[in-house]
Design a binder for this molecule. Structure first.
Ligand SMILES: C[S@@+](CC[C@H](N)C(=O)[O-])C[C@H]1O[C@@H](n2cnc3c(N)ncnc32)[C@H](O)[C@@H]1O
Ligand code: SF4
Length: 448
């Protein structure tokens, strides 16, 4: 890959976990609008729940998530009470519609006490109609885990665990304030599997301070030795203007775009050599895994958690900063935990902002999602779904292929397809469909 190509296409663009993207959310979408959207869902609509726990007992300097450090459990306990109020309120509105997946993210839901893990799972099942075979997943920080917590998550019905690793190189771990041994991680994988968890995911990062290509390769090999069903390999998003604690990271120690690219390619090739299927921009899965099967069948989706196999009609976000998506649009809850709690207890609106998906947004959002998931776009599919509204999107796609001088995108029999050279630049290519790009002053992380 040439240096000039990487320089040309690694300009900052959104990660496209939504369209319109989060900087275009506005205050005009509030709780009343959201509850109207919820009530209008067809009775046979299915939903997936995302519950956010915005606390950690340590702060990793690289972290881009909505979280804050707590040294005591009292703030977590108070927050869970407020979250329970929201769970009951939204559960009442969703009524008898099926919930096919429940995901706990953060922050670190792993720091909840065993009693709270079990109690919250009961509250969720009491408030929503969670189907028998629903997926129940959680993000686990190995540093939080002990036997009682493993037992509690198992009792709560855990089916999938996502474990953060990032990088095993001790020098990198010091630079990102995340010390975590291989043995500790191995123990967590074994402990959840021993309790019947069928699917394990491990998160890795490239582009970290002091990280090298050899280090990323060594981490990829160590991760594969635990044979997780899925591996996420994310590029470190350095956005210190949003996440102040990232200022703790020495920018001089960050790899440049070319070194980042080399690390990502080396680690990805190693994972593929190790038997993993390459999925979308940053995921890998064993061939039997539902994500590999879905990707193969063109049934992969993308939402705020990244790639997913979940084909729900609605994603319900619960908790401070949580984002939801309904067919009518996106909503985000208030971010500050104290304000979230105040509003929840007072019975006030928790939604802080959002955006409606217009008739012209829908085909563009669909095109972006298919490109990110399939690296291809089918014009017939687009026209069948959106009728005449598909025309401007087909025009953008055709123009992209026609004007491409770098061999990234080509016209296929009935659409466009990214070449292997184009795939790493899928975010930049997707940006061509974004009618809102450059309409405000939002700053994004590097595309590669
Ligand atoms: C909410 S965090 C992880 C959950 C758990 N607290 C842990 O640390 O293991 C989810 C994942 O997001 C990824 N992540 C966090 N900050 C990031 C950033 N700035 N850029 C890219 N990925 C990031 C990490 O790979 C992390 O494991
Ligand atoms: S990476 Fe995980 S443990 Fe570290 S600060 Fe972020 S959410 Fe907390």
């Amino acid at each position: 890959m040439s240096r000039s190509l990487i320089a040309k296409y690694s300009k900052p663009v959104p990660r496209y976990t939504s369209y319109p993207t989060a900087p275009h959310f506005h205050k005009g979408i509030d709780q009343t609008v959201y509850e109207g959207w919820l009530s209008a869902l067809p009775s046979d609509a299915s939903a997936s729940l995302y519950l956010h726990l915005p606390f950690c007992d340590r702060l990793c300097w690289f972290c881009g998530c909505h979280t804050k450090q707590v040294n005591r459990y009292a703030p977590v306990a108070a927050y869970l009470k407020a979250l329970s109020v929201e769970v009951a309120r939204i559960g009442g509105l969703l009524g008898q519609r099926d919930v096919t997946a429940v995901h706990w993210g953060g922050g670190s839901p792993s720091l909840m006490t065993p009693e709270d893990i079990v109690a919250m799972a009961k509250r969720v099942r009491n408030a929503f109609r969670v189907t028998e075979d629903a997926e129940f997943s959680v993000e686990l920080d190995p540093n939080d885990m002990d036997e009682a917590r493993f037992d509690a998550w198992a009792e709560a019905g855990l089916t999938r665990a996502s474990i953060g690793v990032q990088d095993f190189d001790p020098q990198v771990q010091v630079a990102i304030n995340r010390i975590q041994t291989f043995e500790q991680t191995q123990h967590v994988v074994a402990a959840v599997r021993a309790r019947g968890v069928r699917s394990v995911n491990i998160d890795m990062l490239y582009g970290l301070p002091h990280q090298t290509q050899d280090g990323a390769l060594a981490t990829a090999r160590a991760v594969m030795s635990m044979r997780p069903d899925r591996i996420a390999l994310f590029g470190y998003a350095h956005v210190p203007w949003v996440k102040k604690h990232q200022n703790m990271i020495d920018e001089a120690a960050l790899p440049d775009s070319l070194a980042r690219y080399d690390q990502s390619v080396a680690a990805a090739e190693e994972l593929v050599r190790g038997g993993y299927v390459d999925i979308g921009m940053d995921h890998f899965a064993l061939p039997h895994d539902a994500m590999a099967v879905a990707a193969n069948a063109g049934r992969l989706h993308r939402n705020f958690q990244g790639y997913t196999v979940d084909a729900h009609d609605a994603l319900i976000g619960l908790g401070a900063s949580a984002i939801g998506k309904l067919p009518q649009g996106y909503v985000q809850n208030v971010v500050a935990t104290h304000e979230y709690q105040r509003r929840s207890f007072a019975g006030e609106g928790i939604v802080d902002r959002g955006v409606a998906i217009t008739e012209t947004d829908a085909p563009r959002g669909y095109a972006i999602e298919r490109l990110m998931c399939d690296f291809a776009l089918d014009f017939d599919d687009l026209r069948q779904r959106f009728g005449q509204q598909a025309d401007p999107v087909v025009a953008v796609a055709s123009e992209l292929a026609r004007c491409d001088v770098d061999g990234l995108v080509a016209l296929s029999t009935n659409g466009i397809e990214l070449s292997s050279t184009g795939r790493p630049f899928v975010r930049s290519i997707a940006a061509g469909f974004d009618a809102y790009l450059n309409q405000n002053s939002a700053r994004y992380s590097k595309a590669v």
